[in-house]
Design a protein around this ligand. Structure first.
Ligand SMILES: [Zn+2]
Length: 63
């Protein structure tokens, strides 16, 4: 089951929630204040960065 990160717009609490994929459409309830005014954050996971490589045309495959 994937984990989603939410941020409460009311109390600015950031929390993560395990939800099935279908449930993310319904949003989440803030565990801090119980409000429904939450937004899902795009979870950023560190993958191979394309930004640091491939620019400038430097020599050598360092990535
Ligand atoms: Zn809240």
């Amino acid at each position: 089951m994937p984990t989603y990160e939410y941020k409460c717009k009311d109390c600015s609490l950031i929390f993560s929630l395990q939800q099935p994929i279908w449930a993310r459409l319904k949003g989440a309830t803030c565990p801090g204040c119980g409000g429904q005014n939450t937004e899902r954050l795009i979870s950023r996971f560190t993958s191979k960065s394309d930004d640091s490589c491939g620019h400038g045309g430097s020599s050598g495959p360092f990535c």
